[in-house]
Design a protein around this ligand. Structure first.
Ligand SMILES: *Cc1c(COP(=O)(O)O)cnc(C)c1O
Length: 246
C-alpha cells in the first residue's frame, strides 16, 4: 500500500467516526483531496486509491494538472469519474479557463463573479454548480461574504441568473491551534445553511452541500454538520511551495 493510500484510509476512518457523532455515516461526507502543489503522480495515486474528487485553488494549476492527470490515467476513467473542485479566490477574467472542466466552484462571494460564471456557463450550454463562500469570523485576510450578507447575495443570484445553480455553502475557519476554538464558526455556518434549506429547493437553489473542514479541523466540522471536507496535508503530507506555480 502506498503512503497516500494509507493516509486516505486513515482519514476515511476518522471521517466515519466524526460522522457517527452527528448521527450520520462516513458515506454522508465527501472527501475532496486538495491537490495544490502536488504532482500529477501524487494525484494519480490518490485517484487509484479511490478518490475521485480533486480540488485546486489556482486556475492555472487546475487546468495544467487536469491535462497531466488525464494523460496519466486511462482517459475513460477520467472522463467518467473525476470531479474537479475549485476553491480559493477566483478572478473573473479566469473563469473562462475552467468553466468546462469544473464540477463545483466553492468560492463565489459576489454577484459580479456569479454573473461572469453564468455568462461563461451559458456560452458552453451548461449549468454551473456553485457554493457561496461565507466568512463567519469576518477575517480581512479571507474571501467570503459575512453571515448576514449571504442571504441577499443568494437571493440576487437565484433570481437573476439562469446558468448557475447554488448547491450550498463553503467556509474556511480561522487558523487555530485547537480546532475546538473554531467550532462556533462551523455552527454559525450550519445554522445559516439550515435556515436557507428550510425555505425549500427551487430551480436555481438547492442547499445540499456544506463544504467545511480541512486537515486540522475536519472532525469538528463534520460533528457540526459538514457534508464535504477538503483535505490536503492529511493525504499528501506537508506542502512544499518551491517550484510550483504560485
Ligand atoms: C489548502 C486548502 C485546503 C486544504 O488544507 P490542508 O490543511 O492541507 O488540508 C482546504 N481548503 C482550502 C480552501 C484550501 O486552500
Amino acid at each position: 500500500m502506498t503512503v497516500i493510500e494509507a493516509n486516505i484510509r486513515e482519514i476515511k476512518r476518522r471521517i466515519a467516526d466524526a460522522a457517527a457523532k452527528s448521527g450520520r455515516s462516513g458515506e454522508d461526507v465527501l472527501l475532496v483531496a486538495v491537490t495544490k502543489t502536488r504532482t500529477p503522480e501524487e494525484m494519480i495515486a490518490a485517484v487509484e486509491a479511490g478518490i475521485y474528487d480533486l480540488g485546486e485553488n489556482k486556475v492555472q494549476e487546475l487546468t495544467e494538472k487536469h491535462e497531466a492527470v488525464e494523460t496519466g490515467l486511462d482517459k475513460a476513467i477520467v472522463k467518467k469519474c473525476i470531479n474537479w473542485h475549485m476553491f480559493g479566490h477566483l478572478q473573473r477574467n479566469k473563469v473562462k479557463y475552467i468553466i468546462g472542466d469544473v464540477h463545483l466552484i466553492h468560492s463565489v462571494d459576489s454577484l459580479r463573479l456569479a454573473t461572469e460564471i453564468d455568462a461563461r456557463a451559458a456560452s458552453v450550454h451548461r449549468i454551473s454548480e456553485i457554493l457561496i463562500q461565507v466568512n463567519p469570523a469576518e477575517e480581512a485576510s479571507k474571501s467570503g461574504v459575512t453571515l448576514k450578507d449571504a442571504k441577499p447575495l443568494i437571493d440576487a443570484i437565484a433570481s437573476r441568473l439562469t446558468n448557475v445553480k447554488i448547491k450550498g455553502l463553503m467556509s474556511v475557519a480561522p487558523a487555530a491551534d485547537d480546532p475546538e476554538d473554531v467550532r462556533k464558526y462551523f455552527r454559525l455556518v450550519k445554522e445559516l445553511f439550515d435556515g436557507l434549506a428550510a425555505e425549500g429547493p427551487s430551480e436555481r437553489l438547492e442547499m445540499k452541500v456544506l463544504s467545511m473542514g480541512m486537515t486540522h479541523d475536519f472532525e469538528v466540522a463534520i460533528e457540526e454538520g459538514s457534508t464535504l471536507v477538503r483535505v490536503g496535508t492529511g493525504i499528501f503530507g506537508e506542502r512544499n511551495y518551491s517550484g510550483v506555480i504560485q
